[in-house]
Design a protein. Structure first.
Ligand SMILES: [Zn+2]
Lengths: 142, 357
């Protein structure tokens, strides 16, 4: 800022003082909002998300269901073949019925809010707990 | 710029930096399941570049499918097995003469490993078993024992000595020999995925699950060691025999319960002998190899099942392989073999083993 005019120099000088106060307010505002945002994001990342059942087929998510409500879902159709029956009961999920050749999904252990997945390979169906609470192994060697 | 601004600017810059840092104070996670080569591949990747790395890993899987698949007519292995564009003296009319192929590095590494295991087990494990494995159907659980004449015909085509590697050239000295990478491929792929992920500086850790072959490395976000459960034989899928904790490495199981069927009170499973093409009873239900080299560990898990506990321990000692093996015997006993200390340790079901790499 190069000013040679003395009058404007003076005017600027007087404005400097108000600038200083405004700057302080601005600084305070930014500091406050950054602290607030910081706390918000921290809370957002650490808050306990509710585990849900996510069902996908051929790599596409076909449904997301809460574990709190009991229900039975039919994936595919019994008439045209290629079906799996998924049951949510007391927070536990299993495949109770399927017409896949290996029947490995039906013989899979129930999954619950802790996490885990059930896979039906022939039907390219994946049931998984999203945002599981943990407390089970990261993976199972088989 | 006046004094006040001079002071204010750095402050504001710092605050803005703090603000922009807010959007990702936690490490990123990306996880997905894909299906390749009749196997489910579940990858969970941690780090800033997790999402990009995840999709890149699935691209790598797709590429490997075009190398290793014995069923996909477009794969390198399939074309070799069916002698498409064979070099050398191979005569397609009589299906005789040595066929020559210049092969990819990936295939060469897998074959080298398979040939070594074939040599070490004197053909009990055989990399050229495909004609025999194609006769058995273990997928449905209600397969049947192959016809004896068919089995003998298929066995006559088996012989790892008919496959030879010279640098990056593969020689198939018999016209009907066919390669089977079933016991090797998954390990080679997970090793490649791990190498790729570790080469990225924006990935802090990952857990790879290739059809039950587990590989872990790096840090878990909560800082705890990785926990890998081991499937209990003949129980519901996901029921655990025990679990191991480790900071890095692979955990690869092979067992008679995986793909099998029962007929007239006899259990027929997919661990077949290269000698007679029949399932092998070596006194084991399951062998789990814990190591650093995924490809070697994958192959070894099958080799252990074929050789049985004592003989496979001898082989591991002889070759000084850097692995540990958990054996589950037919009587339900569990033993941990650690060649470094030469120790054999009885393990109780439900145990939580902490393993040192
Ligand atoms: Zn199924």
């Amino acid at each position: 800022m190069a000013r040679t005019d003395s009058a404007s120099e003076k005017a600027l000088g007087s404005r400097r003082k108000t600038f200083r106060r405004a700057d302080l307010w601005l600084l305070l505002l930014i500091a406050l909002s950054s602290v607030l945002l910081f706390v918000f994001f921290l809370w957002k990342d650490t808050r306990i998300r509710t585990p849900v059942l996510e069902i996908s087929q051929d790599g596409q998510v076909v449904g997301v269901y809460p574990l709190s409500e009991d229900r039975e879902l039919l994936i595919g159709s019994k008439e045209s073949g290629g079906y799996n029956v998924v049951r949510i009961e007391n927070g536990k999920i299993r495949i109770t019925e399927a017409d896949c050749p290996d029947r490995s999904c039906v013989r899979s252990i129930a999954i619950d809010r802790r996490g885990g997945s059930i896979i039906c390979l022939p039907h390219r169906l994946v049931l998984r707990i999203a945002d599981g609470a943990g407390g089970i192994p990261d993976a199972v060697a088989e | 710029m006046n004094r006040c601004h001079r002071i204010a600017f750095p402050f504001m810059m710092i605050l803005f930096l703090l603000l922009s840092g807010c959007t990702s104070p936690k490490k990123k996670t990306a996880s997905d399941t894909g299906i390749f080569f009749d196997t489910s591949v579940t990858l969970t990747i941690y780090g800033e570049g997790a999402e990009e790395a995840l999709s890149e890993c699935f691209v790598l899987c797709r590429n490997f499918e075009r190398i290793f698949s014995a069923q996909n007519p477009d794969s390198e292995l399939y074309r070799i097995n069916h002698r498409e564009n064979a070099g050398g003296e191979y005569d397609p009319k009589t299906r005789t003469g040595t066929a020559e192929y210049s092969i990819s590095d990936e295939l060469r590494e897998a074959l080298a490993l398979g040939l070594e295991a074939s040599e070490d087990t004197d053909g009990l494990f055989d990399i050229t078993m495909l004609p025999v494995t194609e006769l058995w159907d273990f997928r449905t659980g209600n397969g049947s024992v192959p016809d004896e004449t068919l089995l003998l015909e298929a066995l006559s085509r088996v012989g790892f000595k008919n496959a030879e590697l010279r640098g990056s050239t593969l020689l198939l000295t018999e016209g009907t020999v066919m390669l089977d990478l079933g016991a090797v491929a998954k390990g080679c792929i997970s090793a490649a995925l791990r190498d790729y992920l570790q080469s990225r500086s924006d990935i802090t850790g990952a857990i790879l699950n290739l059809g039950g072959n587990i590989d872990v490395f790096g840090e878990k976000p909560d800082g705890s060691p990785w926990k890998v459960g081991i499937q209990k034989p003949f129980s519901e899928r996901g029921e655990l025999l025990l679990s191991v904790e480790l900071s890095e490495g692979c955990v690869i199981s092979s067992g008679v319960y995986e793909r099998c069927f029962e007929k007239d009170g006899v259990l027929y499973h997919h661990i077949l002998s290269g000698k007679d093409g029949m399932p092998v009873d070596s006194g084991l239900l399951q062998a789990t190899v814990i190591g650093r080299d995924d490809a070697l560990s994958d192959t070894l898990s099958t080799v252990c099942m074929l050789l049985g506990k004592d003989e496979s321990e001898q082989l591991i000692r002889k070759k000084a392989y850097d692995v540990q093996v958990l054996y589950t015997g037919s009587d339900g006993s569990i033993t941990l073999f650690s060649p470094k200390t030469g120790e054999e340790q009885d393990i109780k079901e439900g145990a939580r083993l902490r393993l040192q790499p």
